[in-house]
Design a protein around this ligand. Sequence first.
Ligand SMILES: [Zn+2]
Length: 208
Amino acid sequence: MSAETRAREAICRLGASIFARGLTFGSSGNISMRLADGYLMTPTNVALGELDPARLAKLAPDGMLLAGDAPTKESFLHRAMYEERGTAEAVVHLHSTHSVAVSCLADVDPANVLPPITAYYVMRVGTLPLVPYFRPGDPKLADAVRELAGRHQAVLLANHGPVVAGTSLSAAAAAIEELEETARLHLLLHGHRTRFLTEAQVEELRSL
Ligand SMILES: [Zn+2]
């Protein structure tokens, strides 16, 4: 089986798993992988639970559609991540409920939206900057993501949702799932006196 065939099947398996667990809804959310000769991307207007490996969009390195259905209208988010992160092999973007809820909170630190609640969050996601809100389709959103993507594997789009890159599809999936769980914990802890990891504990994890 070729690397591209394996990648197509892995994207569809992940999409089905994400959809079945209610991590994104309707036709929201999109997944992509880098190939030796371009990118594979989930198509526009298709639920992640109903992906067909043969119909994924295949894009040239410059973003031109080579084969398959038209890519997600949010393909620019993925390309911004790949172009700024040479190590990114996969990108996942979801409208996962708790992450979206956190993306709407007032008075967060835009440099790092979520506190260090658990070690796994710190190790898999690290810091999470907030990208300012832009209407869908506004090219300024791509520029804003591009500005942060070089330094961060995960960003949170204000009033929208997370975009996470990984060195593999499973790494990107694990990170966005950890982010969603941490967003849920953050909301659960709201109003409770909480003991977050200390700065020294976070530093120790970052040096691992
Ligand atoms: Zn979106």
